[in-house]
Design a protein around this ligand. Sequence first.
Ligand code: G3P
Length: 220
Amino acid sequence: MELYVDTANINEIRECARLGFVSGVTTNPSLLAKEDPNVDIKKLILEIYELIGGHLSVEVISTDRDGMIKEAEEIIEWFPNATIKIPMIPEGLSAVRYLSEKNIPTNVTLIFSPTQAIAANNAGATYVSVFMGRLDDIGNDSLYVLYDICEIWDIHGFESQIIAASIRHPMHIIEAAKAGADIATVPYKVLMQSLKHPLTDLGLKAFLADYEKMLSNRNS
Ligand code: G3P
């Protein structure tokens, strides 16, 4: 399972690129709005792309088919490898159908149910983003929804890649991996949490202390 970072923060993306275990970035209008309000969006997106080199999803803000397609075409002009994030609404499906026929990759976002995921796949989505945290927030177990979607994908051999999104904690990453999601897109803070283990820190401390002791015994 691939890991993407779910952020528009350039410092977080730079650090992920440096560490080398993250292969993509997903952004959305709320994540962009968290950054400097005067930021030049095109410049920021291109800077992110240059850093990460791999997958980069950029979301449209129009809610009608033609508006979404126009925005998608503009983004593709910024950089041809862009994946266009389209909301899971009927107009969005129509835009996805059009874009998929032009071989423009799409990531259908705000998916909360298997029927939405099936529709997005059938419209030609390259990726379907299933929101785990927001389902859990309203008392729906995201795990069941994700497992159902992965099972349906296995039965039918659907081609869209499944992205587990709205990840809130490391357990979501594990659940997404066990369910069979292709990708988890994870906030920077949760990615970093997922790398930590107290035994790793204690073990490293002991290794270094033992080595130091050996050196000082040797010199004494
Ligand atoms: O990229 C979309 C998704 O991951 C948003 O997550 O935490 O705002 O529900 P969240």
